[in-house]
Write a protein that binds this ligand. Structure first.
Ligand code: NAD
Length: 244
């Protein structure tokens, strides 16, 4: 097994947005970062090159691919210290339009946002324990804390993700810490077309602006470094949750 002298971090869905920024911050902090995406291979490889890390393509919602992703990280580096479950997906549906939120959409969103992170933690458990203290940071959402967000299935999936965070912290301590960040509205490719919402947040949230990936990555790094914190869901929303 290869011996990596640097600590190793896997960041899912990190070819863009919040995940790419987390990869940059971890790389700058001395981690060997494994960048992952489902489909954007060239962009993912570019982020990996930028952070001095490597790239692995995998659809984390596919159980076999998720397990293979962790296996490949271990085969390549021989260790895994930090797992950031950042990959997520949504479907924009007005909350009153119940018929549009079909069971197929519920299942697809739960597969990516809830089941995949659990499978990845399961696959990584032994390596994270060996790293003791191993660390998991989940990128959840304000939509899982407040009754808001792009659709009811999305918000529900993130609420489930928050509870998974607390339950896993209890189940995996003291060897592995598990925490989450819950971003409000962040400027990423995901929200690029949501200019009305950005204007509303700019006018109404206590800090009067949408967040940036750097705002979220800063808190993720704080959780990675905070060795006496586990089971927490830290809202990073410029105060938006106080007015929604
Ligand atoms: P983004 O679109 O830039 O990033 C999402 C990433 O997840 C993409 O790289 C995408 O390819 C990846 N992904 C999706 N499904 C995947 C799968 N099955 N396998 C592997 N990768 C997959 O958007 P972002 O805003 O940076 O989103 C990152 C996380 O932040 C998501 O979990 C999202 O729910 C959360 N979030 C974003 C906001 C926001 O306002 N942008 C707010 C709250 C929470």
């Amino acid at each position: 097994m290869p011996s990596e002298t640097r600590p190793v971090a896997l960041v899912t869905g990190s070819s863009s947005g919040i995940g790419a920024e987390i990869a940059r911050r971890l790389g700058a902090d001395g981690y060997a970062v494994v960048v992952n995406s489902r489909s954007s291979v060239a962009t993912g490889e570019a982020v990996a090159a930028e952070v001095g890390g490597s790239y692995l393509q995998a659809d984390v919602a596919d159980e076999k691919q998720a397990r293979a992703l962790v296996d490949q990280v271990l085969a390549r580096h021989g260790r895994l210290d930090v797992l950031v479950n950042n990959a997520g997906t949504t479907e924009v549906i007005a909350h009153h339009d119940l018929a549009a939120a079909t069971p197929e959409i519920w299942r697809r969103l739960y597969d990516v946002n809830v089941v995949a992170p659990f499978v990845l933690v399961t696959a990584a458990e032994a390596a994270l324990r060996a790293a003791a203290p191993g660390c998991v940071v989940n990128v959840s959402s304000l939509a899982g804390v407040r009754p808001t967000g792009s659709s009811i299935p999305y918000a529900s999936s993130k609420a489930a993700f928050n509870h998974q965070t607390r339950l896993l912290a209890k189940a995996l301590g003291p060897d592995i810490r598990v925490n989450a960040v819950a971003p409000g509205l962040i400027e990423t490719p995901w929200t690029a077309g949501w200019s009305d919402l950005h204007a509303l947040v700019g006018a109404g949230a206590p800090l009067r602006r949408s967040g940036t990936p750097a705002d979220v990555a800063e808190v993720v790094m704080g959780l990675v470094r905070s060795t006496y914190v586990t089971g927490q869901v830290v809202v990073v929303d410029g105060g938006l949750g106080q007015v929604t």
